[in-house]
Design a protein around this ligand. Sequence first.
Ligand code: FES
Length: 316
Amino acid sequence: MIEVVVNSRNHEAEGICSYELTCAQGNPLPAFSAGAHIDVHLPGGLVRQYSLCNHPQERHRYLIGVLNDAASRGGSRCLHEQVQAGQRLRISAPRNLFELVPGASRSLLFAGGIGITPILAMAEQLWLQGDLFELHYCARSIERAAFLERLAGAPFASRVHLHFDENPASRLDAAQVLARPGADDHLYVCGPAGFMQHVLDTARDQGWPQAQLHREYFAATPVETANDGAFSVRLGSTGQVFEIPADKTVVQVLESHGVSIAVSCEQGVCGTCLTRVLDGVPEHRDLYLTEDEQAANDQFTPCCSRAKSAVLVLDL
Ligand code: FES
């Protein structure tokens, strides 16, 4: 855990603020690579992940961009309403689940809305390395697009393509941008689920292999829970069995019996709670595992995923 001070807070776009964090003890912060995020421990106990969007070579600060999302489960609202310059916060060291692949012949970066944050750090890194890349930034309107000034002043400004919904002529033609993928091309996408799905589906249609597609979700899409049923969970170590009722998650039930599983996003996005499944078939509801990893059925995210079989035996 690192104690940081909010050095400054800036309005970046409609509903988006950036927060510059510096070490409370004045030390350099741990190094990070493009695409990394930190856990931010918020007043009131929530823990949320935010991508680092400053230059990955910087050690004197971390910069995060936060959208005050109407669908917020409390994290972004808390930051916007309660966290001001001068305040102290605790954060984790950076972790990276969205790394650039070294040696790509070309990298295509796609950002939707606040999804620009990890993509910005990626663009800085690729430019530093002298790599070939282009950045496509989609937003509803110019007023809702953050960091435009920084992008316009960046040495890689000519590689940035802006697409605004309000201007149909500027809209992203994903099929055209993604046509004819090279063997060492890599695609990175971050943003709202529908936007990401569109980019990834188009890439697959254009012949992009799965291994060249990389994505990071910010939030899960709502899942239909009306037909959820109960199931049982057995702990591999002790054989204890717990009933998981329709309205509770595995994490909630186990926690209430003193079996703690580390969680962070609590919606299947971050992978913190990933748990090995020794027997039974999970019903995957996460966005963290790839389709192949889900199909293997040997791990699941107990913060949100459930079971297709009557019993799941967990490696706990
Ligand atoms: Fe993030 Fe479960 S806590 S995936």
